[in-house]
Ligand binder design. Structure first.
Ligand code: CP
Ligand code: NVA
Length: 318
């Protein structure tokens, strides 16, 4: 029997280390099946509603292709087109969609809206990115690190730059899997204080650790993976100039990568701004795993959907 008891993916804080490993194992299996052209219609006849109130390339395409490959149907709902954009409440949207679909994926601004969808709806809710978290991304990142480096526990990851939604979820994901995470950000751009203390508490139990520093070189020294993200996230476009000034020295270039382990991976959730948070020679260089990482969104999310929306007995058979 599969040990997985989650109803939603709202934040990795709610998921146990075992839930994460079950998901990564299933994602690996689904990746192999796809490569070998073995059909895997684990969600035949099911529908996923996908609400987007922010832009997306990877999340939209990987969820839509993913549900299709699982034998289901993906319904794209732009926030501007549905009544949510005209003021219908999240609670009513959740209740109504639950009468039609088997799961809801949402990308939006407020984490509280994702939590309200789960509270008022009757179907699984998957967080496709909020201002606070990006858990689907981090499951794909962990999958990528594991396939390149083996077991996650004890691995070192350095995140350089803005302590944003991706950094918050990386703190939780690394802590849950017993990894050592170091985050280097300038003053005022640190990850959430509440997430840092939660990650530290989790890491104490898993054998991982959390280092928060101002110094990119300290974070990167000996790292197995170096990660960065844009300096202005979606919704922060008007702060572009001030963020650039604050984060200019948190740029991942060849010299910084040179301090990491000699076989270190470079990771970025994408989209990237070459010449800002990352040098072209790094993101397009030999250490970069960013396109495997993007591909793994598909496999990781198929596993997430299959576990949350499927039948456990079907999963046992694959
Ligand atoms: N990494 C990621 O979530 O990409 P999109 O914004 O293109 O979905
Ligand atoms: N931090 C970025 C991630 C994009 C996938 C943003 O929120 O825009």
């Amino acid at each position: 029997m599969i040990e997985f008891t989650q109803k939603h993916l709202l934040t990795l804080a709610d998921w146990s280390p075992a839930d994460i490993l079950v998901t990564l194992n299933l994602a690996d299996r689904l990746k192999t099946m796809r490569k070998n052209h073995v059909p895997h219609p684990l969600l035949a006849g099911k529908t996923l509603a996908m609400i987007f109130t922010k832009s997306s390339t990877r999340t939209r395409v990987s969820f839509e292709v993913g549900i299709h490959e699982l034998g289901g149907y993906g319904l794209f709902l732009s926030g501007g087109d549905i009544q949510l954009g005209r003021g219908e409440t999240i609670a009513d949207t959740a209740r109504v969609l639950s009468r039609y679909v088997d799961g809801i994926m949402i990308r939006t601004f407020r984490q509280s809206d994702v939590e309200a969808l789960a509270q008022y709806g009757a179907v699984p809710v998957i967080n496709g990115l909020t201002d606070d978290y990006h858990p689907c991304q981090i499951l794909a990142d962990l999958m990528t690190i594991r396939e390149r480096k083996g077991e996650l526990a004890g691995r070192r990851l350095a995140f350089i730059g803005d302590g944003n939604n991706v950094a918050n979820s990386l703190l939780l994901g690394c802590a849950k899997t017993g990894m050592h995470i170091a985050v280097a950000s300038p003053e005022g751009y640190e990850p959430s204080a509440q997430v840092i203390s939660r990650a530290r508490e989790i890491a104490r139990k898993t054998g991982g650790s959390v280092l928060i520093t101002r110094e990119p070189r300290e974070a990167v020294r000996g790292a197995d993976a170096v990660y960065t993200d844009v300096w202005a996230s979606m919704g922060q476009e008007s702060q572009q100039a001030e963020r650039r000034a604050a984060l200019i020295s948190y740029h991942v270039d060849e010299a910084l990568m040179g301090l990491a382990a000699s076989d270190a991976l470079f990771l970025h959730c994408l989209p990237a701004h070459r010449g800002e948070e990352v040098a072209p020679g790094v993101i397009d260089g030999p250490h970069s795993a960013v396109f495997d990482e993007a591909e793994n969104r598909l496999h990781a999310q198929k596993a997430i959907m299959a576990l949350l929306m499927g039948q456990p007995e079907t999963l046992c058979k694959i």
